[in-house]
Design a protein around this ligand. Structure first.
Ligand SMILES: NC(=O)C1=CN([C@@H]2O[C@H](COP(=O)(O)OP(=O)(O)OC[C@H]3O[C@@H](n4cnc5c(N)ncnc54)[C@H](OP(=O)(O)O)[C@@H]3O)[C@@H](O)[C@H]2O)C=CC1
Ligand SMILES: CC(=O)N[C@@H](CCC(=O)OP(=O)(O)O)C(=O)O
Length: 352
């Protein structure tokens, strides 16, 4: 870090998993420089004491959160905090001229009543929330370019929506028949001590949770309704997998035209994402694995048709911490700053 001429960036919530991805990715970003790291219980600690593997590239200490000071220092601020905190901070940062990217759910909802119903809290920032743009570049690229406040899409939501968007937008499926079966690595739960995230609980085991009531459901439905042009409901079931990172969403839906074959749909998906360099539509018969996206900002999509049931099956793989969180935020920042969308975003996975 310490590069003259780069845009000064702050990260509030730098000590968490999203924060450390941002620090790592921005350390290699040619146009941005991290100048502020903020936290709560980690305030006062050298960042390298939290993440010793970054000792040689980060020489900052985590600071207590002082919004005036942050706004004076930073042109862009990432908020990587538990839900319910960003809406207490963003108004001040926006008022002072910062561009703000929130990785939590606080600014993802068009209707704050929906947010309150699923997340609780008392919102007095409805005017500002109405200006927030939903941070999924593949669907809302032009709006993000002009935004000052972006509520970045959630991890499961990103995988699910990138699988569903071409189908809904082109009217290829009966929207209400969409079922999303998604699996996540345990880092989706953040860097905190929770019993279900312990190695002894999560290893060698797979289980569903939040069945019929996961808080990503209304977020998925909001964007699906926008794409379909009318209100729709979807079925979404997440599972915790015995792995650290990655999401695989498998989406099923009934085709309106049973005559469609997978090659037709692959052509449609490829055309839909032709200007989205970070979405990779796979050839016929190739189905993505979460490992392929590990450490990258890519989304891999495989498409199949089952002619016996007239259903399309779309599989979508991302890294929950990159395309599902920090990388998505950086992709949005690139657009907001008028930079190349892919700047500083890795596209080569570790393998195996
Ligand atoms: N993990 C994932 O895969 C994804 C997460 N998200 C969302 O991104 C956000 C961050 O998630 P993640 O990085 O996993 O979370 P972590 O639990 O790993 O990190 C949370 C961060 O928030 C800080 N924090 C906690 N409480 C407070 C507080 N009261 N005041 C100030 N700072 C506080 C912590 O600071 P300290 O350590 O100093 O106490 C820490 O830096 C969440 O909203 C999450 O829902 C979105 C997509 C994917
Ligand atoms: C495995 C695990 O616990 N995953 C988290 C993922 C959600 C998350 O991190 O929240 P956002 O993407 O909405 O910000 C969960 O199910 O709550």
């Amino acid at each position: 870090m310490g590069n003259v001429g780069r845009v000064p960036v702050g990260i509030i919530g730098a000590s968490g998993y999203g924060g450390v991805q941002l620090v790592r990715l921005l350390a290699d970003h040619p146009a941005a420089e991290v100048v502020y790291l903020g936290g709560d219980s980690s305030a006062g600690k050298p960042y390298s004491s939290l993440y010793p593997h970054l000792t040689n590239c980060v020489d900052l200490t985590v600071e207590a959160i002082d919004l005036d000071k942050i706004a004076a220092k930073c042109e862009v601020v990432f908020l990587s905090l538990p839900n319910g905190l960003a809406y207490q901070m963003a108004p001040t940062l926006i008022e002072k001229g910062c561009k703000v990217l929130d990785l939590s759910a606080d600014y993802r909802f068009e209707n704050l009543d929906t947010y309150k119903a699923w997340y609780g809290g008392d919102r007095s920032d409805s005017a500002l929330a109405a200006t927030a743009v939903y941070g999924l570049p593949e669907l809302y690229r032009d709006r993000i370019k002009n935004a000052q406040l972006v509520g970045c899409a959630g991890c499961y939501v990103t995988a699910s929506l990138l699988a569903l968007a071409p189908l809904l937008k082109q009217g290829i499926i009966v929207p209400e028949t969409a079922i999303i079966d998604a699996k996540s690595g345990s880092s989706g739960g953040g860097r905190k001590a929770e019993i279900n995230l312990l190695l002894a609980e999560a290893d060698n085991s797979i289980g569903a949770y939040g069945v019929g009531r996961h808080r990503h459901t209304p977020e998925i439905e909001q964007v699906c309704s926008d794409l379909a042009g009318h209100d729709i409901k979807v079925q979404f079931t997440p599972h915790l997998m015995p792995m650290v990172r990655g999401i695989l969403a498998t989406v099923y839906a009934n085709l309106r035209d049973p005559g469609l074959v997978r090659e037709d749909l692959i052509t449609i998906f490829s055309a839909f994402y032709r200007n989205s360099p970070l979405v990779k539509v796979l050839p016929a018969g190739v189905y993505p694995q979460s490992k392929w996206a590990c450490g990258t900002n890519l989304c891999y999509i495989g498409v199949e048709v089952d002619p016996r049931t007239d259903r399309v099956i779309v599989m979508s793989a991302i890294d929950n911490l990159i395309k599902g969180q920090a990388g998505q935020g950086i992709q949005c920042m690139n657009l907001m700053m008028g930079w190349e969308e892919t700047l500083g975003l890795p596209q080569l996975a570790f393998y195996p």
